[in-house]
Design a protein around this ligand. Structure first.
Ligand code: PLP
Length: 392
C-alpha cells in the first residue's frame, strides 16, 4: 500500500470513503497520480475546477497575488474583492455580493438574510421552505435546509422552522407557504439529489407564490452556477428572477470561495449582522476574477453550451446501447445517467481505466467536468465508459 494512503488512514478523519488513489498534479483536464498514471477528469473535484488544472491565466494570477498579499481583512477594501463583486453584479440581476469560503457558508448567509428580511416585516415571518431531496451543505443551518433524512438523522435537532416541499410539485409548495414564510430555497437542478432538473413551470410557479406571500426566492447555484449549465447562473434559462443566489464551487476555479448575491430588495444585512474572517480575501477573489472573465468575456460559456449538448447526445446514445442505463438527466456540463447497477461499481472500474467520475446517489453517475473540456475529451470518456458498461 502507498505510504500516503497508510498515513492517511492513520491521521485523517474518516469523514470520506476515499478511493485508494493518491493524486499528485494536474494539467488541463488530466490528473496524474503519484505513480504517474494519467486520468481524464470528468468530475473536477465535484464541479469545482472550472478551468481545469494549471490554467495559464489562473496560475499566473495566483502566483502574482501570492507575492503581493494573501489576506488582509474585511475592515479594508482590496481591488480584488471589489473587482470580483463588480463582475458578479455586472453579469447578473443582483446588486450586492457577500463573500465567504464555501457553499454551506453561502447558504448560512442566505438563511440569516432571509430571517432578517422576514423579521423586518413581522416578528413571526421566519418560516423557510426548502425541498425534499435537496442538498445545501453540512453545517447546521445548511443541513437543516437539506431535505434528506440520511444526512440529518444523527444531528437533530437542527435549525427550527424549516419545512420541506416536494420538488417539481407546485401544489406541495402552495400547501406550505403563507404570510409567515420569509423565503423559499431551491436548486435549479438538484445535484446531490440525483441530477433532477427543476421544470420551468415549477420554478416560475414558486416565484409567483413567493411574490404573493412576500417571501424571498433564494436559489442555491453552488453546483449549477458559474457557467456549469451554459449560462452564468442556471436560473437564467428558467425565466425567473430570484432575490438571492448562493454560489461557490467553480467560482474560484479550485481555491475555496463562496458568495451570496442579492437584489436591493433583499439587501438587509448591515455591519455586525454577518461576517467571515477569510471571506473575499485577495487570493480567492483574484481567482474568481479570472474565472468570471473567462466565462463572460472569453467565450467559455458558449463552449460549455456546445460541449454540453454533445455530451447529452453521447449519453442518450449510451442509453440506446446499454440496458443498464435507464435515464439521462441535466444539461450543460452537469449531467447524469441513472443506472440499474450501483454507480460506485462503475466509478471504481472507470478509475482503473483512467477516468474519474462522481456519483450522485446510489444509482446515478454524474458528469461535472472542468468547463474547458472539448468534444474529443467527451469521446475519450465515452469510450472508457462503454468498455466498463459492457463488462458490467
Ligand atoms: C447545491 C449545493 N449547495 C451547497 C453545497 C455545499 O457546498 P460546500 O461543500 O462548498 O459547503 C453543495 C455541495 O455539493 C451543493 O451541491
Amino acid at each position: 500500500m502507498s505510504k500516503v494512503i497508510e498515513n492517511g488512514e492513520q491521521y485523517v478523519m474518516r469523514t470520506y470513503g476515499r478511493f485508494p488513489v493518491v493524486l499528485d498534479h494536474g494539467d488541463g483536464v488530466y490528473l496524474y497520480d503519484e505513480n504517474g498514471k494519467k486520468y481524464l477528469d470528468m468530475y473536477a473535484g465535484i464541479a469545482v475546477n472550472a478551468l481545469g488544472y494549471n490554467h495559464p491565466k489562473l496560475t499566473e494570477t495566483l502566483q502574482e497575488q501570492v507575492k503581493k498579499m494573501l489576506h488582509v481583512s474585511n475592515y479594508y477594501y482590496t481591488k480584488e474583492l471589489v473587482e470580483a463583486a463588480k463582475l458578479i453584479v455586472e453579469n447578473s440581476i443582483f446588486d450586492k455580493v457577500f463573500f465567504c469560503n464555501s457553499g454551506a457558508e453561502a447558504n448560512e448567509a442566505a438563511l440569516k438574510l432571509a430571517k432578517k428580511y422576514g423579521k423586518s416585516k413581522s416578528e413571526n415571518k421566519t418560516q423557510i421552505i426548502a425541498m425534499k431531496k435537496s442538498f445545501h451543505g453540512r453545517t447546521h443551518g445548511a443541513l437543516a435546509l437539506t431535505g434528506q433524512e440520511k444526512y440529518q438523522k444523527s444531528f437533530m435537532p437542527l435549525v427550527p422552522n424549516i419545512q420541506y416541499a416536494e420538488y417539481n410539485n407546485l401544489e406541495s409548495v402552495k400547501a406550505l407557504i403563507n404570510e409567515n414564510t420569509c423565503a423559499v430555497i431551491l436548486e435549479v437542478i438538484q445535484g446531490e439529489g440525483g441530477i433532477i432538473p427543476g421544470t420551468k413551470e415549477f420554478l416560475q410557479g414558486v416565484e409567483k407564490l413567493c411574490k404573493e406571500n412576500d417571501a424571498l426566492l433564494m436559489i442555491d447555484e453552488v453546483q449549477t452556477g458559474i457557467g456549469r449549465t451554459g449560462t452564468l447562473f442556471a436560473f437564467e434559462q428558467m425565466g425567473i428572477k430570484p432575490d438571492v443566489v448562493s454560489m461557490a464551487k467553480g467560482l474560484g476555479g479550485g481555491v475555496p470561495i463562496g458568495a451570496m448575491a442579492c437584489s436591493e430588495k433583499a439587501n438587509v444585512l448591515v455591519p455586525g449582522d454577518h461576517a467571515s474572517t477569510f471571506g473575499g480575501n485577495p487570493l480567492v477573489t483574484a481567482a474568481a476574477e479570472v474565472v468570471l472573465t473567462e466565462l463572460t468575456q472569453n467565450g467559455l460559456l458558449d463552449q460549455v453550451k456546445e460541449v454540453g449538448a454533445y455530451l447529452r447526445e453521447q449519453l442518450l446514445a449510451l442509453k440506446e446501447t446499454f440496458d443498464c442505463v435507464v435515464d439521462v438527466r441535466g444539461y450543460g456540463l452537469m449531467q447524469g445517467i441513472e443506472l440499474t447497477i450501483p454507480a460506485l461499481d462503475v466509478e471504481k472500474k472507470c478509475i482503473e481505466k483512467g477516468l474519474l467520475l462522481v456519483g450522485a446517489g446510489e444509482k446515478v453517475v454524474r458528469f461535472v467536468p472542468p468547463l474547458i473540456i472539448t468534444k474529443e475529451h467527451v469521446d475519450e470518456a465515452m469510450s472508457i465508459l462503454k468498455e466498463v458498461l459492457a463488462e458490467s
